[in-house]
Design a binder for this molecule. Sequence first.
Ligand code: P6P
Length: 294
Amino acid sequence: MAIAEGSRRIQLQVQQASLADVLGSTGETNVQGEIVQRLDAASSDIFVETLSQSGHVAAIGCEEIEDPVIVKGEAADGYIVLMDPLDGSSNIDVAVSIGSIFGIWQKRPDETVNDASLLRLGNEQVAAAYVVYGSSTVLVIATKDNVCGFTLDPESGSFAVTHPNIRIPAECPYYSTNEGNNKVLDESTRKAITLLRDKYSQRYVGSLVADFHRNLLKGGIFAYPADVNRTDGRLRLMYEANPLGYVAEQAGGAASTGYQRILDIVPKQLHQRTPLILGNKDVVEETVSVISGS
Ligand code: P6P
């Protein structure tokens, strides 16, 4: 409910954009060294507020905030939420789909929450969610063996079930990757991308949530592999790869670094990056076998 309420408020700002004077940058750079868009900061503030006030969240990790937010008077049955409050910032000013991503863990019993509490294994997630702010606003929530999509009714401000029991299709029509990176891929990765290009149609929005949501509903694979400039990959493990990897697996898909299952990675720090191969299980496995030579 806290995520739904926060996304309802953010969607209003996304739709008003220039009219609400929320575009452009704050002039600051975040812990990632990226220019903070004003909507990044607003989204972070909104979700920190709704999650903290929910009474069920003990700590929050956020792409826009260097250190964990430990919620005062934390809830005994607290959850730990790691989030990318607004993903795809470069697309905000050009009216292209953007999204929010959440990984949800249960605080360990009798745990006094501290910074280390947020460095949990991806496969210990109890739920994950994302919101895509596109031609419609869709909230997708994954729990064990169940992925369900809800669409926001802008008139009433409430979400209705529109995509019950999402399963990623067996067929794979699309691949999503930044083809501009081909020149910096190692040989086996470049071969893997070539195989995708030969077999599937390219669809690449430049917003991870939008690319993943299309591939989840229609079938497809998203690949942001390691390259010579980004040996650890570009995307973030704790609040992008882990949550979407959880959603993919609960819908019958897969998520890998190209060498290892995403949800098996032992995290070392809150903002660490990872390569990400995500989507249709068969195609992820084929792609991983070419990348890793296994
Ligand atoms: P590139 C957006 O900034 C993001 O974090 C993801 O949403 C997206 O998939 C990726 O970066 C795009 O990166 O290098 O293709 O612009």
